[in-house]
Write a protein that binds this ligand. Structure first.
Ligand SMILES: *[C@@H]1O[C@H](CO)[C@@H](O)[C@H](O)[C@H]1NC(C)=O
Ligand SMILES: *[C@@H]1O[C@H](CO)[C@@H](O)[C@H](O)[C@H]1NC(C)=O
Ligand SMILES: *[C@@H]1O[C@H](CO)[C@@H](O)[C@H](O)[C@H]1NC(C)=O
Ligand SMILES: *[C@@H]1O[C@H](CO)[C@@H](O)[C@H](O)[C@H]1NC(C)=O
Ligand SMILES: *[C@@H]1O[C@H](CO)[C@@H](O)[C@H](O)[C@H]1NC(C)=O
Ligand SMILES: *[C@@H]1O[C@H](CO)[C@@H](O)[C@H](O)[C@H]1NC(C)=O
Ligand SMILES: *[C@@H]1O[C@H](CO)[C@@H](O)[C@H](O)[C@H]1NC(C)=O
Ligand SMILES: *[C@@H]1O[C@H](CO)[C@@H](O)[C@H](O)[C@H]1NC(C)=O
Length: 612
């Protein structure tokens, strides 16, 4: 019955049949020796005879493939360097390195090359930490790491011609003042991603909202500023101005859900061709956090993931036909919140931060890499787990205690994907936590690793250059230095409303504000055979009250008794005393009293235990 219905749905929605599972081979990329000792000189010649550094067991980020497909970018923390003037003293702190991806070595015999380690101070004035999202430009002579550009002039970063004296590290700056003399630091920027045209990028900055913390997402052009010795961001567009982000519309007593709305919560970069930006957006279905793409040229929105679990990091293939998403699917972590499909995203007016914060337990992420085709999740297709092979034993390819970090990245020929993983470590395991800590299976004790998946039956794609994208985003808002940045807040006026099902039934919705009338507080919904798809029918009620404790810590008091009937029958029910949850969106430690349980076709999904 269910497969007939999903076939009918596929035909009605004009979707193509899901792809067949592919053959995937996984290898591990060699890293510098790991050392759990930050004492000066602890990285001895016995540990690294070539005197080219030791790295901390944690903190690695890998990035993308160099254009030759033979190297991968990474940032690591070097520790235990000897004091200056020992030449090995430069292998210290957070640095940008290249890793050999093909089993060969650099001429000195190492499998890595530190690009930033010996750069003279005069060549990196004003630069900042080289941490997250180390990524090469497609021309191979420049890279971006943190909020900096690493530039080797005409030389390929991989070549012997790229020497420290020829290397410059420039900060990237977004002007934040109307009459800017270029002296201040500008806006603090995060989550920077290069466009494949090597000229544009996307980025976010935090901004407060009435109920907590939000992000403003931008698209802009990089321009080298010789006088300022930095890269400036110019011709910048805001992609989620508050007036645009309106997925829930109130008109009179009627509420509607606008699934064409552009609802960028956090920008996650660009597709392989750079024609669309990808982002974590406002849910299409209640409590289900998904990835979407929006066309820079037209503003058309496309949903990529639909699995009830949580997705966020994404890498799209150079031809846009495939993507790898990092997702909690398979872990069951969020099914208690989002397992019931087809519930409209109304209580989400106050619960989006709840649904997105439960994804981690502190530093333990539940992300695994999944391959999805262009159309993404649909009917019973939920992609292919990339690292499925293995026996799950400690350190194996599919050991669930090794969790992937942002971002997975494709080789330019579309045959391989690189991703990195961190081992769960205290306090995300051990002590009072019910998850036991696993000892590192590696002789040097490292708790991080870089993996390359090869799709062995794929033919390499021709490597195409990407035309420069226009600066203008017709649906965005031009950023003008000095303007006040406001993070979009999804809200509707307090009141009593009706929400019609697209095909059947309706829901009564009641919305109240806090005492100060500054932010949404309670959303109550009563469903009456509500159906958007004509297949699943929702009945019962859900009411949720949000109380901010501070800017990142929130409390939710939650009462549900929802029933869904149709091809999948299920319930979402809180205990009689309700479900009461607190979570800090930065630390992600879950704490609750009472229960919230979702049952689908007789299988019950319960909330995680507190602090695990
Ligand atoms: C790099 O530049 C410094 C300062 O100009 C100089 O002392 C040093 O010899 C140069 N190193 C190399 C390898 O050229
Ligand atoms: C380049 O930097 C200088 C010095 O900080 C500044 O005065 C100037 O406005 C910048 N140019 C542009 C185009 O932003
Ligand atoms: C920035 O945009 C303006 C107008 O929108 C355009 O005239 C200018 O050429 C753009 N700057 C660059 C460097 O492309
Ligand atoms: C839904 O959002 C799209 C994209 O912003 C917009 O063009 C459209 O007018 C909106 N629909 C309604 C009914 O507001
Ligand atoms: C929410 O539901 C509970 C249980 O039915 C009820 O006691 C409470 O008054 C409701 N709160 C609101 C604001 O509707
Ligand atoms: C919010 O409160 C929690 C618990 O008291 C505290 O640990 C955290 O640091 C606070 N965060 C901010 C941003 O004040
Ligand atoms: C939930 O609603 C159903 C149907 O109205 C009812 O039979 C059941 O007792 C309710 N459960 C709880 C825990 O309130
Ligand atoms: C759970 O109940 C305990 C004991 O009353 C209380 O200390 C704690 O703050 C409660 N936590 C939440 C999230 O409500």
């Amino acid at each position: 019955m269910r497969s007939i219905l999903s076939f009918v749905t596929a035909v009605l929605n004009r979707t193509t049949p899901p792809p067949k599972p592919e053959q995937i081979e996984i290898i591990e990329v060699p890293l510098p020796p790991s050392l759990d000792n930050t004492t000066e000189g602890a990285c001895t010649p016995a540990i690294n005879p070539r005197r080219t550094g030791c790295i901390a067991p944690t903190g690695l980020n890998s990035g993308n493939f160099m254009p030759d497909g033979l190297h991968v970018t990474a940032s690591v923390t070097f520790v235990g360097a000897p004091a200056s003037p020992d030449p090995a003293s430069v292998y210290s702190g957070l640095q940008f390195i290249l890793l050999k991806a093909d089993g060969t070595t650099f001429p000195n015999g190492d499998t890595w090359k530190c690009i930033s380690c010996s750069v003279p101070d005069a060549n990196k004035v004003g630069s900042t930490e080289l941490g997250e999202y180390p990524q090469t430009f497609r021309d191979g002579t420049k890279a971006m790491s943190g909020v900096n550009i690493i530039n080797c002039g005409m030389a390929q970063l991989t070549s012997e011609n790229c020497t420290p004296n020829k290397t410059y590290i420039y900060p990237i700056r977004l002007s934040n003042e109307a009459n800017d003399d270029g002296s201040g630091p500008g806006f603090p920027l995060r989550e920077l991603r290069l466009h494949p045209d090597d000229v544009h990028l996307t980025f976010n900055t935090f901004a407060e909202t009435s109920s907590g913390l939000g992000e403003v997402g931008f698209f802009g052009r990089l321009q080298f500023n010789e006088t300022g010795s930095r890269y400036d961001l110019i011709n910048v567009t805001i992609l989620n101005p508050p007036e645009l982000v309106r997925p829930i519309i109130a008109e009179g007593k009627q509420l509607t859900v606008n699934r064409s709305a552009i609802t960028i919560g956090e920008l996650r970069g660009l597709t392989g061709t750079g024609k669309e930006v990808v982002y974590v957006g406002y849910p299409y279905e209640s409590c289900n956090i998904d990835l979407f793409a929006v066309s820079l040229a037209t503003g058309a929105v496309r949903r990529i993931t639909a699995h009830p679990e949580y997705a966020d990091p994404i890498g799209v293939s150079p031809d846009d036909k495939w993507q790898v998403v990092l997702d909690t699917r398979g872990s069951g972590r969020l099914m208690f919140l989002s397992g019931l499909r087809s519930v409209p995203p109304i209580t989400d007016l106050v619960t989006v931060t709840a649904s997105s914060s439960v994804r981690n337990n502190g530093n333990r992420r539940f992300f695994e890499p999944y391959l999805l085709d262009y159309e993404g999740d649909r009917s019973e297709y939920f992609g292919q787990k990339i690292n499925a092979a293995g026996n799950g034993s400690p350190g194996s390819i599919n050991d669930p205690n090794w969790n992937a970090g942002a971002d997975p990245r494709w080789s330019l020929d579309g045959t391989r994907v690189v991703y990195f993983q961190w081992l769960a470590i205290p306090p995300a395991c051990g002590g009072s936590n019910s998850l036991l800590c696993e000892t590192s299976p590696y002789a040097d004790g490292r708790e991080e690793r870089v993996m390359i998946a090869t799709f062995t039956n794929r033919k390499p794609l021709p490597i195409k250059s990407v035309a420069e994208a226009p600066d203008d985003i017709p649906w965005g808002t031009k950023y003008v230095p000095g303007m006040t940045l406001t993070a979009a807040e999804i809200t509707v006026p307090a009141g009593e409303y009706t929400l019609q099902g697209n095909l059947f039934g309706y829901a009564d919705v009641s919305i109240t504000l806090n005492n100060a009338n500054t932010a949404l507080q309670t959303v109550s919904v009563a469903y009456h055979q509500f159906s958007d798809d004509g297949i699943n029918f929702v009945a019962g009620y859900e009411n949720v009250t949000l109380t901010p404790v501070n800017i990142t810590l929130n409390r939710w008091d939650w009462f549900s008794n929802i029933t869904s009937t149709g091809p999948v029958s299920g319930t979402k029910v809180t205990s009689s005393d309700g479900f009461h949850m607190e979570i800090d969106e930065v630390w992600n430690f879950f704490e609750a009293n009472g229960t919230l349980t979702t049952t689908i076709d007789g299988v019950s999904y319960r909330q995680p235990c507190n602090y695990c």
